[in-house]
Write a protein that binds this ligand. Structure first.
Ligand SMILES: [Zn+2]
Length: 444
């Protein structure tokens, strides 16, 4: 008798525990599975009744705002109908029946995704995480994630205050962020099912809504060490559940040395970077430098897929030539303000045979030697220089190198490494660190 009573007591406690944990946890793919344990039994009915009596919105089974007989009736009918087949072939937390494989998201039951590909849009974030949020409660859907369109997230923390007499905040403003969002939105990067091309990039710079983790960091240090002190700050100010989903950026005066005027430093590839503009931080320079450092995280170098810098025909903010000035719209190899990565459409240039009439697009002349006319002969000149052009074989201080060689463009957008989180510092092997251009050159 005593054993039976003890057994009953345990059942009641178990039921109470289930009921206590049941609120609003109904399975998104099997509504009557009210405690979301992939089984239909007494505990689901019990949890439903409990939620119904509490007027928990999850128990409003016909979604009319009332709690009445129709909710109970609908629930019982749904319970008797049972669950759909919850087989999940690609193991992305979305059952096959809901992955309708037509590229059209209607609701969770008709998600449009591929039942045999756990990352339908190939952006490195699994479909289930983009549709349901992560198992660590990172609410990616509320942040704008879309399993049918490539998505990138970046958290920005910043220093503000008095930096050795220089008063400023390095917080990236809406004005700074908007041109980057626009450049990614119009990127010629394909999405599945012939959806419009482009990338959604979201910055959390503390603007509110779903993005409240971008914060001012304590103090106003003239520099921090990358990545030693950076990682200490990241541990304190970057939520663990964002690892593998968000890039993390710190904005400040300088890194590694207070005299350092490098505009930033980044993992290549990876998920960490800094933007350090000392007292050179105009909105345009900050915009373009953010896109430059993020580009390193996405596996782009200063010459696209090589370190060769200042190439006139590599029209990208990754190139020092166009990092601060923006990319060239007018085909004169001089930047016109806006940020972009290269489309890879410029012609190759041979520095041993420069032909001015061809310019960088094949038919818009450029007076490379600045002699006031378009020369008709081919001549040798070093073109990848910070100011003007230089001679071949002569180590001029404003040219990147002293040799005359072929210079080629690179299709940046379609070279983005989408598996970057698998090779970042948090998951070996370690990325390279790359240090970037100095805005102090603008004073020359
Ligand atoms: Zn760089």
């Amino acid at each position: 008798m005593r054993r039976v009573r003890a057994y009953r007591k345990r059942v009641v406690i178990a039921a109470l525990l289930f009921m206590g944990a049941s609120h609003a946890l109904a399975s998104p793919f099997c509504p009557p599975d009210f405690n979301n344990d992939d089984r239909l039994n007494f505990f689901d009915i019990s949890a439903f009744i409990d939620a119904y009596l509490d007027e928990d919105p999850a128990a409003d089974f016909n979604s009319d705002g009332d709690f009445d007989f129709f909710d109970i009736s609908n629930y019982i009918q749904s319970y008797l109908d049972g669950c759909p087949d919850l087989t999940d072939s690609d193991n992305d937390r979305i059952p096959d029946f809901a992955e309708t494989n037509d590229g059209r998201f209607i609701d969770l039951m008709h998600a449009g995704t591929d039942p045999l590909n756990p990352d339908t849009d190939n952006d490195g974030i699994p479909d289930g995480d983009e549709l349901l949020g992560t198992i660590d409660n990172l609410d990616l859907p509320a942040m704008g994630a879309n399993p049918l369109r490539r998505t990138i997230f970046v958290e920005c923390d910043w220093f503000a205050g008095n930096f050795d007499g220089f008063e400023t905040s390095y917080r990236p403003t809406d004005e700074v962020i908007a041109p980057i969002v626009d450049a990614f939105k119009h990127a010629p990067v394909p999405n599945p099912y012939d959806a419009p091309p482009g990338i959604d990039v979201f910055f959390d710079h503390g603007q509110g809504g779903a993005f409240t983790n971008g914060n001012q960091l304590p103090g106003a240090p003239l520099f921090i060490f990358f990545d030693f002190e950076f990682n200490i700050l990241k541990d304190e100010h970057f939520e663990d559940n964002r690892n593998g989903y968000f890039h993390y950026a710190i904005f400040g005066f300088a890194y590694n040395d207070p005299e350092n005027r490098s505009s930033g430093v980044a993992e290549l590839p990876g998920d960490d970077f800094m933007v350090t503009l000392a007292d050179y931080g105009t909105p345009q320079i900050m915009t373009n430098t953010i896109m430059h450092e993020l580009g390193h995280n996405l596996n782009l170098e200063h010459g696209g897929d090589e370190s060769l810098n200042w190439k006139p025909n590599y029209n990208s903010v990754m190139n020092y030539r166009y990092q601060f000035d923006g990319v060239d719209i007018t085909l004169d190899a001089i930047g016109d303000g806006l940020p972009d990565y290269s489309l890879g459409v410029s012609i190759p240039l041979d520095e041993t045979r420069v032909i001015e009439s061809l310019g960088i697009d094949g038919n818009t002349p450029i007076d490379w030697d600045d002699d006031g006319e378009i020369r008709t002969d081919a001549y040798a000149a070093n073109l990848n220089c910070r100011i003007g052009i230089g001679p071949c074989g002569d180590n001029s201080s404003v040219c990147w190198d002293d040799i005359c060689e072929p210079l080629r463009d690179h299709d940046d957008w379609n070279a983005i490494l989408w598996s970057r989180f698998e090779t970042n510092v948090d998951r070996l092997p370690e990325p390279r660190l790359i240090e970037c251009a100095s805005p102090a050159w603008l004073d020359d």
